[in-house]
Design a protein around this ligand. Structure first.
Ligand SMILES: C=CC1=C(C)c2cc3[nH]c(cc4nc(cc5[nH]c(cc1n2)c(C)c5CCC(=O)O)C(CCC(=O)O)=C4C)c(C)c3C=C
Ligand SMILES: [Fe+2]
Ligand SMILES: [Fe+2]
Length: 343
């Protein structure tokens, strides 16, 4: 068999034109693993309400962070793809779960190069219905329908892989080295609490309270909340961060359902009000900088902090196309290449 790799990230609109943003948000938010209500309700909510107002607002936000070459998330993912490809001997493709660079196109390109065994790498450290699961389920549906002779090896969420924790810790440590700061906030993309309960394979473990995510359970293999707290914990251990000088929060909530708490915007506001003058913030749920890090955190977050008396707000970049990160991904690929496929 001939092997290849498909890196898969979230995606972005084709441009900052509200029409393109509407098309992209329509595909994204109609995914039942993102807005997980019955189809009739999703149609009503997304097509009847959100798509009438949100695209204009989102387009304005995208305009603030867009680069000459395009969406930062796409450009950074392409740079990473090139670096991984340069470190391995097999074809490395790149696709997005939503938008024009579809998974179907990515698989077709690999197929056209003669690849029939694909390592699918969702570029998400923490598992969620809206991250790893939606990519792997769609890829499998496409395989069954269009590429029945292909074989997949799925890479699960890698939040506790030591190589990932090392490279994330290095990227944070480097930035903190010469920085005076009082608090480091680990801000992860949020999900509705309901998603956590749905992914609980024990159907009884996740209470979403102060202790469930620290109590060992098979549920943690698919618990986004546990995996976020564990990422923070492992990085804090690696960097010897002092208890009380760091914490975890969740950003980007949408709608009125309860999402994972504490919320990032309220945490930034509270810290500023309580007298924190210098804070740093890192966003480990995103491997590439994107709208949610460059606009929501670096711009809006900073504004909130300054409004309540904060002075220095330092955002730590995502792993993006760091050489070390490309090395880690390429190592995983090269280890996989060296394993004989059973016939
Ligand atoms: C890191 C993982 C992500 C999870 C989990 C996630 C869940 C999730 N997101 C929305 C709604 C929106 N997300 C938006 C942007 C966006 N989301 C992620 C990642 C996760 N989303 C990224 C990387 C981005 C940025 C994309 C880019 O082009 O830079 C947006 C669009 C922007 C906006 O209007 O705010 C929406 C909407 C839901 C409902 C959800 C539920 C689980
Ligand atoms: Fe999102
Ligand atoms: Fe939990």
């Amino acid at each position: 068999m001939s092997k290849g790799v498909l890196l898969v990230n979230l995606g972005s609109p084709d441009s900052t034109d509200p029409k393109d943003v509407k098309k992209y948000l329509g595909e994204f938010l109609m995914d039942p693993r993102v807005i997980d209500v019955p189809l009739w309700a999703r149609n009503l909510l997304v097509k009847g309400i959100i798509l009438n107002t949100r695209p204009k607002k989102s387009a304005a936000a995208y305009k603030k962070i867009w680069w000459d070459e395009g969406s930062p998330l796409i450009v950074l993912s392409e740079r990473l793809q090139k670096k991984v490809a340069a470190r391995t001997s097999i074809p490395v493709g790149l696709a997005m779960r939503y938008g024009s660079m579809s998974i179907k196109k990515g698989l077709q390109e690999l197929h056209d190069k003669g690849v029939d065994e694909v390592m699918i790498i969702p570029l998400y450290p923490q598992f969620a219905m809206a991250t790893t699961e939606t990519i792997l389920v769609l890829a499998e549906e496409l395989r069954q329908e269009h590429f029945p002779n292909m074989k997949f090896t799925d890479v699960p969420a890698f939040y506790n892989e030591s190589e990932y924790i090392d490279v994330l810790s290095n990227s944070i440590g480097e930035k903190l080295e010469n920085l005076e700061y009082e608090h480091l906030l680990f801000s992860y993309h949020g999900v509705p609490e309901r998603h956590i309960r749905k992914s609980d394979i024990t159907k009884s473990h996740c209470k979403i309270d102060g202790s469930c995510c620290q109590t060992p359970s098979p549920a943690h293999e698919f618990c986004y909340r546990h995996q976020c707290y564990e990422t923070t914990k492992q990085v804090a251990e690696k960097l010897n961060l002092k208890e009380g000088t760091y914490s975890t929060s969740f950003q980007s909530r949408l709608g009125f359902d309860p999402w994972l708490q504490p919320y990032t915007d309220r945490t930034i506001e509270r810290m500023g009000k309580e007298g924190t003058k210098k804070m740093a913030i890192v966003t480990p749920a995103f491997v590439s900088d994107c709208l949610e890090t460059l606009e929501e955190i670096a711009m809006e977050g900073e504004e909130i902090f300054h409004e309540v008396g904060g002075k220095e707000f330092t955002t730590i970049p995502c792993l993006n196309d760091r050489d070390e990160w490309a090395d880690v991904l390429a190592n995983w690929v090269n280890e996989w290449i060296s394993v004989e496929t059973p016939v």
